[in-house]
Design a protein around this ligand. Structure first.
Ligand code: SF4
Length: 266
């Protein structure tokens, strides 16, 4: 059952009631308790490609509820590796963003899966109060938080993975053994929420070896706006990992698809 507005206000948005917290006030009043304890496992100071049109800093949250076969982010996904990886101090990170906001337009929050963390809305509120744009990358398994972030205008753009055709067994094949029916329903709700049309968004699919051209076509059917098919890339080098599906056949599928103007390969 979806949460109604007052239920998700209670669950996620308590700290967002006016007056909004600003980072300066947070620092001045030494409200250390207000600093969200978001587990951050990676931080990139500047990127020109993650939020097209904007210079952005990238925050990688640690923890994920999927176990995709192609995942290269074990240190952000597997609890053992997360424990051993170095953590970022959220206060220092917010301070750095605040001091360098003149050279940034936006912050991209990615993972792992950022919406697993209850403190994400508070973190984004602090970023928005620095007059920055926010892009969220999500696997769509927390539609309640997604609704909250959209309704409170804490995100400007959402990139949501659709990892497989919307069939439970196919999805589980790619999202891994932790995947369950509740997550599947949540993903469907997140897709519907984004398609309401009040938030800029994209859907995207990584070209996993388990996928076929028929799968890609049926995922493209779901998308209402920009849909990106992402080629698998080697971490570090960025080289494209060869797949049984040739890029020519992907391009042919796109040419013959009724929504071809919305479908892109990257
Ligand atoms: S959702 Fe992303 S971070 Fe999580 S396991 Fe899959 S690829 Fe890795």
């Amino acid at each position: 059952m979806p949460l109604n507005k007052s239920e998700y206000d209670k669950k996620y948005c308590q700290p967002l009631k006016p007056p909004l917290i600003s980072w300066d006030i947070c620092c001045e009043m030494h409200h250390r308790k207000k600093i969200p304890d978001l587990p951050v496992g990676g931080f990139l100071k500047q990127s020109l490609i993650d939020f097209p049109g904007y210079i952005s800093a990238i925050v990688f949250t640690a923890g994920c509820n999927f176990r995709c076969s192609y995942c290269h982010n074990a240190q952000l996904v597997l609890p053992d590796k997360i424990r051993k990886a170095s953590k970022y101090d959220v206060a220092e990170l917010l301070d750095w963003i605040s001091k360098n906001k003149k050279m940034l337009d936006a912050v991209v929050v990615t993972g792992g899966e950022p919406t697993l963390h209850k403190k994400l809305p508070v973190f984004l509120e602090l970023i928005k109060n620095m007059d920055m744009k926010v892009k969220l990358d999500t696997n769509g398994t927390n539609p309640d938080m997604l609704c909250c972030l959209i309704d409170y205008q804490l995100v400007d753009y959402v990139a949501m993975d659709i990892k497989a055709p919307l069939e439970y067994d196919r999805y589980k094949e790619i999202a891994g053994h932790l995947f369950n029916r509740k997550m599947f329903e949540s993903i469907n709700r997140s897709v519907e929420r984004l398609k309401k049309g009040d938030i800029s968004h994209e859907f995207r699919t990584t070209l996993a070896s388990e996928l076929s051209i028929v799968d890609l076509r049926s995922i493209a059917d779901i998308a209402d706006t920009n849909y990106y098919i992402q080629q698998l890339r080697e971490p570090g080098t960025g080289n494209i990992v060869k797949n049984e599906i040739s890029i020519d056949s992907v391009n042919e599928m796109i040419r013959n698809h009724p929504k071809k103007e919305f479908i892109h390969v990257r």
